[in-house]
Design a protein around this ligand. Sequence first.
Ligand code: TYD
Length: 204
Amino acid sequence: MVMKKGILIVFEGIDGSGKSVQAKLLQEKLKEEGFDVVSFQEPSDSQWGREIKKKAFHPDSLSPEEELDLFVKDRRENVERNLRPALQEKKVVILDRYYFSTISYQGARGIDPDRIRKINEEFAPKADLVFILDIDARSGLNRIKDRKNKERLFEREDYLAKVDQIFRSLREKNFIHLDALEKEEQISQKIAKIALDYLRNNLA
Ligand code: TYD
């Protein structure tokens, strides 16, 4: 399958929303259907991404502005190293978290969401489709409570409730909100249908 342009498909949602599982399922489905697909995640494995992961284990070690700065630096690198080259090769790029996470997570720490958006849209390619898995913070946390590092800063319930509110408020034409409490298979079928329709409309 040859596309007329690179396609960027983003998955977003709070911790425990199941977005990473859905990103993987879509990648498999698109491969089966013959699309040239690659996937990346943010934070990435750049030096900035590694710093973020190290510091995220120490609650409140970073101010909101320092956090914003690190996520933006990591994203600039991910865009230059991974996203732009793949999009230029007209691949389908699946991305597990993007700047809508920054708008929501750092927005929930008190930074103006419009300012965060502006900073990012100055350099980050526009997403074709954004799937947002909506889930209340309590249910999200319950799902990850068996996973390690559950005490991380990023996973506190009151904080995640605010993050979830901001995610839910992001509404644009190419944004698809899904109820993360539905069955995994039901969600993946909805996502596959929307993505395949979009891709078939953008074949070369
Ligand atoms: P990650 O390790 O990918 O966690 P998950 O597996 O839950 O997706 O991301 C670490 C944390 O970083 C996650 O709780 C969300 C947060 N985050 C931000 O606060 N801002 C951002 O811009 C991004 C990309 C992630």
